[in-house]
Design a protein around this ligand. Structure first.
Ligand SMILES: [Fe+2]
Length: 249
């Protein structure tokens, strides 16, 4: 077998690039200018929004970080930034619907805001939250319970990225038993966080545990990864599963 034949025999079958238009709405990103580690300026935000439109999206729910320490981002800051961004998008003739919620870090501030029902949501009372990357928080199940008791639908951001779960999916299974929705970072499938996170994402897809996908886009680097993810067989498998709720939002 000559070299070319050998290469053709080994490569995976061609996968047509996914049209992100089938998802319609992206639910995790950092597009509000200057309030977290996402787009630093209105110009950068518009460039990212245009890129999302070009990929096929027609709506984004952008989700600035909100935490006790660091990016506090109370609702008035996020909603004020949203208004500014919407005005700029309109002036730029961008036909993309822009909404905002937040990516809440699991800490005491989240517990307090939950008790006061001060959380920004999307869809059916959905609250996007993330965990520390170091270890599973002992209060995780309590906070899930508190969120649900207050009428919220918890959505766990990027479960594939929590490496402390890679060897054992038991806690993830418990969260699914408690009706917690899972959101995949699409760029994980393109290898943006390394091979172990990509593998974890593929295992969770095989389990059928994701209901939402989001770009977690902070910059043009993520746009390139979104482009690359279009030909990932597991992204097609997830879309074809019919479980994703993005298009309903
Ligand atoms: Fe994020």
């Amino acid at each position: 077998m000559n070299l070319l034949k050998h290469f053709l025999a080994k490569r995976r079958p061609d996968v047509p690039p996914l049209d992100y238009g089938v998802l319609r709405c992206d639910v995790h990103s950092h597009f509000i200018p200057g309030i977290d580690d996402g787009a630093p300026t209105v110009e950068a935000s518009l460039e990212l929004l245009q890129a999302m439109y070009n990929l096929g999206f027609r709506k984004v729910v952008t989700t600035p970080h909100s935490m006790a320490d660091g990016y506090k981002n109370p609702p008035e800051v996020i909603l004020g930034g949203l208004e500014k961004l919407r005005r700029a998008a309109k002036e730029a003739n961008l036909h993309l619907e822009v909404d905002a919620a937040a990516e809440y870090y699991l800490d005491h501030a989240l517990q307090e805001k939950t008790a006061k029902q001060e959380l920004l949501t999307f869809g059916q009372d959905m609250v996007l939250f993330e965990l520390p990357f170091i270890a599973e928080p002992v209060v995780l199940m309590n906070i899930v319970f508190e969120l649900q008791t207050q009428g919220y639908t918890p959505v766990l951001a990027h479960p594939e990225r929590y490496t402390f779960w890679h060897a054992n999916l038991g806690t993830m299974e418990q969260l699914k038993d408690r009706q917690v929705l899972f959101q995949l970072n699409t760029v994980a499938l393109a290898g943006s966080y390394g091979p172990a996170v990509k593998k974890a994402a593929e295992r969770i897809i095989d389990k059928g545990w994701y209901e939402l996908v989001g770009s977690d886009c902070h910059s043009l680097k993520h746009v390139d990864a979104l482009e690359a993810a279009r030909t990932e067989p597991f992204l097609h498998k997830l879309v074809d599963s019919g479980k994703l709720m993005n298009a309903t939002l």
